[in-house]
Design a protein around this ligand. Structure first.
Ligand code: 8YV
Length: 306
């Protein structure tokens, strides 16, 4: 039996899941050789532009190995009746765990302490200053979707007081609602960014929000780089307007602005929020299941509804 041809712009992980894709499909990697393909596999941070879609006249399905659709031209997909699927829920724990890890790393001098020990400063009698407790802070979550809510559950479980802002107040949560980022930041010292990317959330965390967070404040971003204004963030770290940051996402990955590389108490990771074996395996399985459903003419498992 001939295997359907698909275009893959992003590798599935772990290796056995990538192998499964190879077994089930003829996997093309060059878009110039994919004019006949009905399905494309892409990553959340890779997406598919309208220009790429124009090179794919037979396209019927965009299977995103991730939850972010900000890099997919959804208008063009809708206009052409191309379905989009994502991998919701299965990565929420991993990304929430990463957010907590970054908060602890920035707040408890983990990266700085590691550099201090390796540089021999401890051995030479040096001392790190005292940190301010992370779990005794009030936490604010900007973006209260699946990942934000998973994180809220985690933080509450650790005894933290949690507030959030989202487009609408939710009735089914004990967490306190604030109508916007500014009022949320004014009430917390640990601000987690878990909002979807795209034009609606660009620069939501700006100089005013950082000033409201205050000199004890820590910002953690596991969502999309542009939600936090990188220039304002680097300035706030340098001037002491906030105390620290933990960043897993950036405007122009894999390039990280020099101002953030140079900023004090800024912990940086290379977009690895969902990069656990468990999450990536479950994500890959959903991609495979959505592809199978499409080629079998069955309903998609996790269609992205605009
Ligand atoms: C991944 C992501 O880095 O879910 C998303 O939108 O950005 C991340 O989980 C990526 O999609 C991995 O394929």
């Amino acid at each position: 039996m001939t295997r359907p041809r698909i275009l893959s712009l992003a590798d599935l992980k772990p290796q056995d899941m990538a192998q499964q894709l190879q077994n089930d499909y003829e996997v093309v990697r060059d878009i110039a050789a994919a004019a006949d393909v009905e399905a494309v596999v892409t990553a959340g941070n890779v997406g598919l532009s309208s220009q790429q879609m124009r090179q794919l006249p037979a396209l019927r399905l965009i299977a995103v190995n991730g939850v972010g659709v900000d890099a997919v031209d959804l208008d063009e997909a809708a206009r052409r009746g191309i379905a989009v699927t994502t991998t919701p829920d299965v990565l929420s724990l991993a990304v929430a765990e990463m957010a907590l890890a970054l908060a602890l790393a920035a707040g408890r001098q983990i990266a700085e302490g590691d550099r201090f020990v390796r540089a021999g400063d401890w051995g030479r009698g040096g001392k790190l200053g005292l940190a301010s407790s992370v779990l005794e802070r009030r936490a604010g979550i900007l973006g209260y979707g699946r990942i934000g809510r998973r994180l809220a559950d985690m933080l509450r479980g650790l005894g933290m007081q949690v507030s959030y802002t989202a487009r609408r107040e939710k009735s089914d949560t004990p967490d306190r609602f604030f109508p916007d980022a500014l009022s949320l930041a004014g009430d917390c010292e640990l601000l987690f960014v878990t909002a979807a990317g795209g034009s609606e959330t660009r620069n939501l965390v700006d100089a005013d929000v950082l000033a409201a967070l205050g000199p004890q404040g820590i910002v953690v971003n596991v969502a999309r780089g542009p939600v936090v204004n990188a220039v304002a963030l680097a300035d706030a770290l340098r001037s002491g307007a906030i105390a620290g940051a933990g960043l897993d996402v950036f405007d122009d990955e894999p390039n990280v602005p020099q101002a953030l590389l140079d900023a004090p108490n800024c912990v940086l990771t290379p977009h690895i929020g969902s990069a656990t074996v468990q999450a990536r395996r479950a994500m890959a399985q959903l991609v495979l299941d959505n592809l199978s459903a499409h080629f079998a003419g069955k309903p998609l498992l996790t269609p992205y509804e605009v």
